[in-house]
Design a binder for this molecule. Sequence first.
Ligand code: A3P
Ligand code: MG
Ligand code: MG
Length: 380
Amino acid sequence: KRSRPNQQQQHHHHHQSGPAPNLSTRKELYERDFPVYKQPVEIGCFSLDSERRFFNDGRQMRYYVEPERNPNFDLRDGYKDRYIKRDGNVKEKLDHILRWILANKSKLCSKGAAASPCALDFDFVTWRGHLTKLLTTPYEMREGWLLAVTRFKGTLYISEVETEAARREQENRTERHEEMMYWGYKFEQYTCADDVHSLPDPGGVVNTNEAFCTVVQTRLADHRLLFSGEVDCRDKDPKAPAPPACYVELKTSAEICTPKQRSNFHRFKLLKWWAQSFLPGVPRVVAGFKDDEGVVVNVDTFPISKISQLIKNEHNCWKPTVCMNFCCDFLSFVKQIAIEDHPSVVYLFSSEPRRDVTFSVHRDSQYSFLPHWFVEEMSS
Ligand code: A3P
Ligand code: MG
Ligand code: MG
């Protein structure tokens, strides 16, 4: 059933003989040479304030302050009375990136034929987080994804759609899980200062509306990419390298006490951490290892460039080349499928663990995600 195109597709691809080609997620198929991945270059940044308002600048940047090795940070502190949680029911889709594109239109747009007043020199525009999901797909045994793609003025915009399973999981979150999601942000508060010369303020409010996002440009094989991702903080040393090399990703993880826990950490956690930071060229992850009571018992730095060696002793482990080749082939697949250039046409790509990636086509549906304000401004 899954490998067959639906009727809409069959109609759309009536010129083809046989079923529409789906994309395999079997990791063996992607074990070839590492594809070209150009050093990501930061072309801008933006900030979202405490009320989730957009600013075309770096006002929400924070500065990393190295903690002691065994800090005993209490991540539960403030959960009840100093926590402002972002409203997860508001689906922002690509809106902030589109706002950034419009704010930087003059430097991004190449004026072409009269019919296309503003064409971007990019094949894809998306969130880094969506690309992270693509990188880990061949190894993902639990969660599927839905990615909506629209071709507009030659550029392919990729925006995630929440799966039914994810929505149910969110609704059925336990109070414990709800609190544990706060812990990661609390760790950021213990290790980040608002200014180069100030210190972290663990007594303040944790507000998860606030974000600093980098916008980077790079190329994966023949795919020219523009994507944005949230950055936790930067090295405060004025002699630190330019962005993104000065950025630091912060993570928390369960304390490792047994060989089995170490193996799981390498096989599952480090895959996600590597994929997320490798994409924008963030060179290191600072990890806080916490006990069951939410106390950070030790802190360790993981250079992204060292992660592939770290995992090599692990039996049956993930490989960076499989991640990058799968992503590259998925983007080629999208280019080949999403042909019609129209802001309200969505090609919806669907992945479920151990299944091929399938797709369906939707016109003027609930899945359309390019807002009128963007379409109109890009057309004038
Ligand atoms: P940890 O991952 O350190 O626990 P990020 O690490 O990407 O900067 O995200 C910051 C924090 O947001 C996470 O910290 C976690 O607390 C929370 N978070 C991010 N993605 C999440 C998800 N999919 N589900 C639950 N919490 C999430
Ligand atoms: Mg973050
Ligand atoms: Mg983080």
